[in-house]
Design a protein around this ligand. Sequence first.
Ligand code: GUN
Ligand code: ZN
Length: 427
Amino acid sequence: MNALPFRLSGPILSPQSPSECTWYPSGTLAIGEHGRILFCGPCDTAPEDIRTLPAITTDDIILPGFVDLHTHLPQYDARGKFGVTLLEWLERFIYPEEERFADEESARDISRRFFRALLQAGTTTAFVYAPVQFRAAWVAFEEAERSRLRVVLGKTQMDRNAPFSLLESTHDSLRDAERLIEAWHRKNGRLFYAVTPRFAPTCTPVLLRRCALLAERHGTFIQTHANESLAEIARVRELFPQASSYLDIYANAGLLCERTIIAHNIHVSDDDLALCERTRCAIAHCPDSNLFLGSGRFPLERYAERDIRIGLGSDVGAGTTLFMPQIMRSMAWVQQRSLHPFIPLYHATAGGAAALGRECDTGTLEKGKCADLVTIRVDGHFSGGKTLEKLSAVEIASAIVYRTQPCDIRSVWVEGERLYEYQDEKR
Ligand code: GUN
Ligand code: ZN
């Protein structure tokens, strides 16, 4: 492990909002002995005690690590199963894949590869669906801990309308979730639990209600899906005829609060948007998944009129990759217009951290926060011969969002600890 404290010197880009990015072409980031940022700014404004710290110098762009606000660990090997829409895709491809997690060895192997891939993608915080099976969910936590990433995990809960082998009784589902919470929630300051009723069609009203009580009792996060496809919404209407909207079901169960992440929410009524605003739940926008399953277009312009936190999620395996630059690009493609690069970059970093309520710890590179960061190579041909000092924050952000390839992720750090460094295989 690299020794703390030290300073990282190089170009620094840190998104602050969908319209602002801090940009220091020649910057210094000083990291204290507990992995928190002591100073972030132009090199020549660093105080004397910062300038004397041991230095690591880079030409790569230093950015906050990415936040993947919604993804499924047990679907990592099921990416790219194309040709059907959401409900049929779940039945034909996803439930059979999730059944494999009854085997602990498979669960261990896939979990290990999943967290390694997150790290290589430049992600430092991830919000993750774990397998249904208790042992497999436990193994997922062990591998999350081993990865040293910041991870929110929760075992998927279903007590109806799924294959028998994935169903649990309401009682067992809640008991197992509580055992996992007691063991893992808030462990080491990096692991957190999210109570995870999969979505309304596979959960009885009793399970939804008790999930809300469980989350409240332990102060955990909550994650679920809503308003993803039109066929799904029609199914929900049949199953909950008395509900006035999809999110009304979750609101009535007590599941919507400031610690709740709702994935998708694309076919959303004005009433449901108002409910999000009122309850302070946050949205995981998963554009790569929406493109893959043909689910629909996220109405970004309607969200812009409201105070609703939005982060970006890969939603693997409906999303095809954990690589957040591709998810940022997909965000632009679903809008079917040219998107200013600060917008996706914000939602993949600071916006995701704010959606989690963890903006005091991560998401931007600022004094007092944890040094969760990624360094990204921008190829020299991009600049047209200009030096970095001559490039604007918009030009750099544009290169990061629209050009980055997986091999450009050069190093990844959590709390000042270097967890990944790119090795050029040709060397
Ligand atoms: N809705 C319920 N379960 C799932 C899932 O696994 N993936 C997606 N994309 N949507 C869901
Ligand atoms: Zn999902």
